[in-house]
Write a protein of this length. Structure first.
Length: 286
């Protein structure tokens, strides 16, 4: 059986007066995932904003005082090697091509690293913070793993492209301020798992700084499968308690995934392509 164990973090923002506080929190979560036997750990979107707690008040452009950029995570290869974990380090502000982007960095136990920028900005990111969209999809060192940052998972097309290029496990770092936002992202995770017959690993930010840039963060973390046998009827392999810190941990049976695609009563991955080519353009009726 080909399998890997995935952990999705529900990361609760804690009081943070120094970088040491933040990295201690980070090390604690990594140690918990390692103790659970995880091979893959996914952290939430913008979880480095915990560091903004060092300051006394909000700032118009939080990225300009964030000194834990995505490039910093490239230094975490030693942590990944020691824990024997592939780390999807949530996301953080980074400088792209002369603009700020929302970047998720992956490091693995073999010392390899890669990154995926968020493709579709929310209104707040675009208008209020001036964050720009990333440029295209990128292959990870292990081509079975892909990344879709929060809002991106609400759109079928990019994930379909990733699945067509061999992604079996989609990592979804997220931060949602409201229940509406949380359920949109969770529904996107379920829908992408269903239509592409892949696993999705949904990490979430929780808590608050008591002000901008994180007035609130709600949700739960989950590991999700296709909604076909032998997987659960709800597609939820593991889930944390709503708005509570913790890890959702589950084993991803990649052999069973392949069998469900080939032998299942419904074969969404195959039939999605058939539907795309078989449907005709909308036409006015006589």
């Amino acid at each position: 059986m080909e399998a890997l164990k995935a952990a999705a973090a529900a990361w609760m923002i804690r009081p943070c007066r120094s970088e040491t506080d933040f990295w201690s929190h980070f090390d604690e979560v990594v140690a918990e995932a390692k103790s659970a036997g995880a091979d893959l750990l996914v952290l939430p979107e913008y979880f480095t904003l915990e560091l903004d707690g060092r300051f006394d008040g909000p700032y118009e452009f939080p990225q300009e005082r964030s000194d834990v950029l995505a490039e910093r995570f490239l230094e975490l290869t030693d942590s990944a090697r020691e824990a024997r974990l592939t780390l999807v380090c949530g996301s953080a502000f980074a400088v792209g091509r002369h603009c700020w982007v929302n970047r998720s960095v992956l490091v693995d136990p073999d010392g390899r690293s890669a990154w995926q920028d968020k493709l579709q900005m929310t209104q707040w990111e675009s208008v209020e913070w001036g964050i720009s969209s990333g440029e295209g999809l990128r292959q990870m060192p292990d081509p079975r793993i892909g990344i879709s940052v929060c809002y991106d998972v609400e759109f079928p097309e990019p994930v379909a492209i990733q699945a067509e290029h061999g992604v079996d496990v989609l990592c979804v770092p997220s931060w949602t301020e409201t229940r509406h936002g949380f359920h949109r992202v969770r529904t996107g995770c379920l829908a992408r798992a269903l239509e592409n017959q892949i696993f999705t690993v949904h990490a979430t930010l929780l808590g608050s700084l008591g002000r901008e840039p994180v007035p609130s963060a709600v949700g739960s973390a989950a590991v999700i499968s296709p909604l076909t046998p032998p997987f659960p009827e709800t597609g939820v392999l593991a889930e944390t308690v709503m708005d509570s810190e913790g890890l959702a941990v589950a084993e991803l049976d990649l052999t069973a995934l392949q069998l469900s695609r080939a032998q299942g009563d419904v074969r969404n991955r195959r039939d999605r392509a058939t539907v795309q080519t078989a449907w005709h353009p909308w036409a006015a009726q006589d």
